[in-house]
Ligand binder design. Structure first.
Ligand SMILES: [Zn+2]
Length: 205
């Protein structure tokens, strides 16, 4: 009996997002556990936007490193120790520089204010969890500033990471992300521009 074989070749193609890299340069190192949760949370928050975060140390910047966009982040205060600050001036938890209509790729995270905001709920956590929680909270603040920068947008969303104020509940929550309209906005970010004044975010409680 003659067997006939039929080969079936299926050619398919899928739509894929145009992955864009954002190099994020930190001016100070974080501890291992804090850095790991910081990196993971940034990745999780931005993974549905087509933006891939590449975390780097500003001091260890290598010649020839290149990304589609760059952002420099200054960590103010005791970002690694996350000990209870003695006295903290009122102000933002994080901010991004603005010049005229342009939002610049220079952000700051104010760790003493963050630590104060996290408050007693943070203190009650065991030490090994505090590093993870602190790194994750810092990533959420930075993701907020990344939204301003990538979208070149000064206004805020109604909910999620891009809203105008956050408190310990959101920063310590197991589930806090961008809302859907913000994610949709970030999927179609405009070309960046250049320019210098300072805008600050409302500090949350
Ligand atoms: Zn903001």
């Amino acid at each position: 009996m003659l067997l006939r074989y039929t080969s079936l070749v299926v050619l398919s193609v899928s739509v894929c997002l145009q992955a864009e890299t954002l190099g994020v340069y930190l001016d100070k190192p974080l501890s291992g556990p804090a850095q790991a949760s910081f990196r993971n949370e940034l990745h999780n928050l931005l993974k549905d936007t087509g933006v891939s975060i590449e975390l780097r140390s500003l001091k260890e910047r290598k010649a020839g490193e290149s990304f589609d966009r760059l952002m420099v982040v200054q960590l103010r205060g005791a970002c690694d120790a996350m000990e209870s600050p003695l006295a903290v001036k009122a102000g933002p938890l994080a901010s991004t520089q603005v010049d005229g209509g342009r939002i610049l790729p220079y952000a700051e995270i104010f760790c003493d204010r963050l630590r104060q905001t996290l408050g007693t709920a943070f203190d009650r956590e065991p030490p090994y969890r505090r590093n993870m929680l602190a790194g994750r909270a810092m990533a959420r603040l930075l993701a907020h500033e990344i939204y301003h920068f990538l979208a070149q947008e000064k206004s805020h969303s109604a909910g999620g990471v891009a809203k105008n104020c956050v408190g310990s509940r959101e920063l310590l929550s197991e589930d806090f992300a961008f809302d859907h309209p913000t994610l949709a906005r970030l999927r179609t970010v405009p070309e960046p521009a250049a320019a210098v004044a300072e805008t600050e975010e409302a500090a949350g409680r």
